[in-house]
Design a protein. Structure first.
Length: 189
């Protein structure tokens, strides 16, 4: 981990409007969708683990829970809420609870290659989260507005490739079905 104190900020408070609500609690291979991302992150040597949650977020053990206020606030507010929780961390790893197929090995590779500035995940030529940001970026992250993430900070960041299937972001019922297939889980009929 390069001796750096890296906190995890798991964003798990989205409104899930395209899904029809309740997305993170939807069952995927026998457990809530959000638990897949949490489980893939739990074995990593992180300084602290935060989850930004809403009333619809399932219970995620081993995470420090921080409510999104108001619960229907945009993505930028989730990011700012996570940054506000940081104290003496050197960096923050941002991950999305609706990306259940990102393997632990990918998160570990991001941590191993992090040089103190930024590192992103690269999917189909585009930099995105999961990503790690050094402390020097916290003020900018906290000042983001609207329902957009930190993509502008990641455009020219070093990155590690991730297969598109592993980067599946579950936004719709069809996405959940696709995740079931990719996990090799039986589908509900």
């Amino acid at each position: 981990m390069n001796g750096l104190r890296i906190a995890l900020i798991l964003l798990a408070a989205g409104r899930a409007t395209r899904f029809g609500g309740g997305k993170l609690g939807a069952e995927l291979a026998g457990k809530p969708l959000a638990c897949h991302a949490a489980d893939n992150l739990n074995s990593l040597p992180l300084f602290r683990r935060f989850v930004i949650y809403s009333p619809q977020t399932p219970e995620l053990p081993d995470f420090i829970k921080i409510p999104l206020d108001p619960p229907d606030a945009p993505l930028s507010r989730s990011i700012a809420t996570g940054v506000a929780a940081l104290t003496d961390e050197d960096a923050a790893l941002f991950a999305l609870a609706d990306m259940p197929l990102v393997p632990t090995a990918h998160f570990a590779a991001l941590i191993a290659r992090f040089d103190g500035d930024r590192i992103a995940t690269r999917v189909d030529g585009r930099n995105m989260v999961p990503a790690i940001f050094g402390r020097q970026h916290f003020a900018t992250l906290a000042s983001l507005v609207g329902d957009r993430g930190a993509g502008v900070l990641l455009q020219d960041a070093p990155s590690i490739d991730l297969a598109p299937a592993q980067a599946l972001d579950v936004d719709t019922q069809d996405d959940l079905e696709r995740a079931q297939v990719l996990l090799g889980a039986p589908r509900c009929i």
